[in-house]
Design a protein around this ligand. Structure first.
Ligand SMILES: Cc1ncc(COP(=O)(O)OP(=O)(O)O)c(N)n1
Ligand SMILES: Cc1ncsc1CCOP(=O)(O)O
Ligand SMILES: [Mg+2]
Length: 240
């Protein structure tokens, strides 16, 4: 079964060297996947293509050493070229996450092929209208945020039409999840304290940078996120 068919985005870590307080991102990924994180996106905005390839190689090796290559999805943020280079070099990268101003999703699908995982996020206040008019065929999941203001992505929620940061409310996320046929992950300042509310919106998962990469103990932080989400999901099922 391909990673696309087996995709689990419930527990999703976004990580780059700028987020780890000087620690090795590969070591943090190792702790996170051991604790149950099942999707990892390399978002290294200050790194060269070569540096991203080296990170991907280290993370793919760690995932393989843990015998999780069929279960943990490894994605590259923004850089279709780097994802393709990784594949050419024999590094198991499963796909890309792109935004509205990045390489179009149809182009990513064309070059990466039918088995690749492609995530998309849109920078808009009107997510529902945007998604209702979007061709979802090339996309496997939607990244939605920010839920809270976040220093990790200073422009998240800033759309330039006024001076405000626009957050996505839980009510809006719930409406979006009900109206969207593909899974949604929510991020932006997300911590363990948000997970019960997020499960109740019906989204497929959460994504975090700081809550794991900036934690004193990334393994413990990952464990707390994973178990809290799982417990809340069980509670939600028993209400049905
Ligand atoms: C899972 C996930 N969701 C949203 C984003 C944001 O992507 P984008 O809008 O392209 O912004 P940058 O991350 O490139 O700054 C994401 N990376 N991951
Ligand atoms: C990549 C991204 N897209 C929307 S918010 C965000 C960053 C989330 O980082 P953090 O979990 O540290 O707030
Ligand atoms: Mg982007």
């Amino acid at each position: 079964m391909s990673m696309r068919e087996n995709l689990n985005i419930s527990h999703y870590l976004v990580i780059g060297p700028e987020n780890t307080l000087g620690r090795d991102p590969v070591a943090i990924v190792d702790q996170a996947i051991t604790a149950g994180i099942r999707c990892v996106q390399i978002r290294a905005k200050e790194s060269s293509a070569q540096e991203i390839i080296t990170l991907a190689k280290g993370m793919a090796q760690t995932i393989a050493q843990r015998h999780l290559s069929d279960q943990v999805c490894l994605l590259i943020n923004d850089r279709l070229d780097v994802a393709l280079a990784c594949r050419d070099l024999g590094i198991k990268v499963d796909g890309v996450h792109v935004g509205q101003s990045d390489v179009p999703v149809e182009v990513c699908r064309h070059y990466l092929g039918p088995d690749a995982v492609i995530g998309f996020s849109a920078a808009t206040k009107e997510m529902l209208t945007y998604v209702q008019n979007l061709d979802l065929a090339p996309i496997d999941y939607l990244g939605v945020g920010p839920l809270h203001p976040t220093a990790t992505k200073a422009d998240a929620g800033y759309y330039g039409d006024d001076d405000k940061i626009h957050l996505h409310s839980l009510a809006e996320i719930k409406t979006l999840a009900a109206a969207t046929p593909i899974p949604i992950v929510v991020g932006g300042g997300v911590t363990v304290a948000d997970l019960t509310d997020l499960v109740a919106t019906g989204v497929a998962g959460y994504f975090v940078v700081s809550a794991i990469a900036g934690a004193q103990d990334p393994g413990q932080a990952s464990h707390d996120l994973v178990t809290t989400w799982q417990a809340a999901s069980k509670g939600e099922d028993s209400h049905v």
